[in-house]
Design a protein around this ligand. Structure first.
Ligand SMILES: NC(=O)c1ccc[n+]([C@@H]2O[C@H](COP(=O)([O-])OP(=O)(O)OC[C@H]3O[C@@H](n4cnc5c(N)ncnc54)[C@H](O)[C@@H]3O)[C@@H](O)[C@H]2O)c1
Ligand SMILES: C[C@@H](O)[C@H](N)C(=O)O
Length: 367
């Protein structure tokens, strides 16, 4: 009753926009919502395209993936969700809904009311952030995962959950690291990723859930800040190199880690999501692109910015995590099962990142 009273009050006082704030509880159906142009509606073009919900979509990867999937399936068939307020350009680019993956009922309501058929679960705390906030990481990365798994099974969704190089630990072979080997990670992040892999595969075998998972390397992108991971140095260095010509690296110069340019990562995600089920001999795959040390990255950047100054100030937490992770990924199963192949080698990655961060910073200066 109180909710309906609130709805009535808001409708009188603040118009449909305010009602949107309640939509996650009152939940209009797409047809009803679509009838009102002033409503920031989530309506779908009736088609045989998948209807996609991306959780944690405002992170380093989610905005790019949303753009790619909207291009593939249509703007109104892909809903971006998060618990943070979207920046204007994201809010105006297509459907956005608040969704806290710890709120099972709300998640289920969004899936039902928007006839979601694919769910891409990006909400997480990353490795270094997780070590600083262990109980929050356990809630988001494990309890949140359980909610997502249950909704996916209940509504027969195709579910993509990314794992990571962080799903391996010091007892895993490091060079190269195969898909199947011992996994005893020593971070809450890594433990939650192994849990996600095993739970997703269990729900696939037990309930037929169409679960798909890729172990991403450290992802490098220009237009979104990284979210508190161990590989963040390889993103920050480009912004600092372009802006100030100097940077501080928080890993030792000889720390080798698997890395990937974001365009390769997002393409791999779409490719594995669209792969026919019969092509998948596994449900969790390593994907690989490049593997480099900070020293090698700096050398490659200096081919374009010869005066780049680098100071190494090792962060003991991140260094210990990096020293327990794979150095080189073996992705031969992804290659043979669904034709995975990366496009960006280190020179192409550095050239592209410098072009993008350079143009981004010129745009910021101009504005
Ligand atoms: N970026 C990488 O290098 C990388 C590598 C391997 C795997 N991954 C995985 O890919 C996924 C996306 O990574 P990212 O780099 O975009 O992360 P990110 O930290 O940039 O974004 C995570 C998002 O989750 C959201 N979130 C946090 N708590 C939430 C909650 N309770 N409900 C809903 N959303 C919540 C945050 O607001 C944030 O926008 C994660 O699962 C991550 O483990 C990322
Ligand atoms: C590697 C990946 O999982 C993330 N960038 C992290 O460092 O935690």
């Amino acid at each position: 009753m109180s909710c309906l009273r609130a709805v009535r009050g808001l409708a009188l006082a603040g118009g449909f926009q305010s009602l949107a704030l309640l939509s996650r509880r009152v939940s209009f159906s797409p047809r009803q919502v679509a009838s009102d142009a002033s409503f920031h509606s989530v309506s779908f073009s009736e088609s045989d395209h998948p209807r996609v919900l991306i959780t944690g979509g405002l992170g380093q990867l989610g905005v790019g993936l949303t753009k790619l999937l909207r291009k593939q399936f249509g703007k109104y068939n892909v809903i971006l969700s998060d618990i943070r307020k979207p920046p204007a350009h994201v809010y105006q680019s297509g459907p956005f809904i608040y969704s806290d993956i710890l709120d099972y009922k709300n998640l289920r309501e969004i899936v039902v009311n928007n006839r979601i058929s694919w769910l891409i679960h990006y909400s997480a705390l990353l490795s270094a952030d997780g070590e600083a906030k262990v109980s929050l990481a356990r809630d988001v990365n494990i309890t949140g995962l359980h909610n997502v798994l249950d909704v996916a099974v209940e509504h027969g969704l195709r579910l993509f959950i990314p794992s990571s190089i962080g799903a391996f630990g010091p007892m895993s072979p490091r060079n190269p690291t195969p898909d199947l080997c011992i996994q005893r990670p020593q971070t809450i992040y890594g433990v939650s990723k192994v849990h996600a892999e095993l739970m997703g595969e269990y729900y696939h075998h037990r309930y037929g859930l169409d679960f798909r998972c890729l172990r991403y390397p450290g992802i490098i992108s220009a237009d979104c800040q990284p979210g508190g991971g161990t590989t963040d140095y390889a993103v920050q260095i480009f912004h600092d190199a372009v802006k100030t010509g100097s940077c501080v690296c928080n890993l030792r110069p000889d720390t080798r880690l698997p890395m990937m340019f974001i365009d390769d990562c997002l393409r791999a995600t779409l490719e594995v999501l669209e792969a026919p089920a019969e092509a998948l001999s596994m449900r969790t795959y390593n994907i690989s692109a490049v593997s480099f040390t900070p020293e090698e990255l700096v050398q490659e950047i200096r081919r374009h910015l010869p005066d780049l100054q680098v100071t190494y100030e090792t962060d003991p937490v991140r260094q210990a995590i990096a020293d327990s992770w794979p150095m080189v990924f073996d992705d031969s199963n992804a290659h043979s099962d669904w034709g995975w192949k990366h496009n960006y080698s280190l020179p192409e990655l550095v050239q592209t990142m410098l072009n993008l961060t350079g143009s981004n910073s010129r745009m910021l200066q101009a504005n």
